[in-house]
Structure formats: C-alpha cells, structure tokens
Write a protein that binds this ligand. Structure first.
Ligand SMILES: [Zn+2]
Length: 81
C-alpha cells in the first residue's frame, strides 16, 4: 500500500507494522483466512487454508492515539504450501 493511511481519530499519518503471532514454536505473521475456522483432530484450528482465500495482515498504528488499522495484503496469498 503506497498512500498514507490516516487515523480516523486524530487525522495523523499512521505508521506501518505487523502483528507477530508467537504461538507454537515459531514467530509468524497474522493472516486473514476466508470463512469460519474448522476444528482439527486435536481441537486446534484445522490447517485447511490452501482451500480458502488467505492474506497476510499489515497493521498501521497512530503514534498520537495508538489506534490500529488492519489491512490484508491482497497481492499474494499468505499460505501457498
Ligand atoms: Zn490517532
């Protein structure tokens, strides 16, 4: 995303970043996945993302008020396998 992202609360330009996920032995990026999560045999979220639309999430933070806006990076899927 090339244009400035503006905070809805205070009209400031927001700073780009991302939200890491520290689950399960690796630090990964959060992603958006189409639809509702399916349950795996172990009761966790089933890894069936290759069959769904999915994208990494970019987070923009306002340095004045701390508000965060999330956007998907729709240029390529997060999970390609
Ligand atoms: Zn703000």
């Amino acid at each position: 995303m090339s244009k400035d992202i503006i905070c809805n609360e205070c009209n400031e330009v927001m700073k780009m970043g991302f939200i890491p996920d520290f689950a399960h032995k690796a630090i990964v990026r959060l992603a958006w996945v189409e639809g509702k999560p399916a349950k795996s045999f172990w009761g966790t979220v089933k890894d069936d993302f290759q069959d769904r639309e999915n994208y990494f999430i970019t987070a923009y933070r306002c340095e004045r008020c701390g508000a965060i806006k999330l956007f998907t990076e729709s240029d390529q899927p997060a999970f390609t396998y």
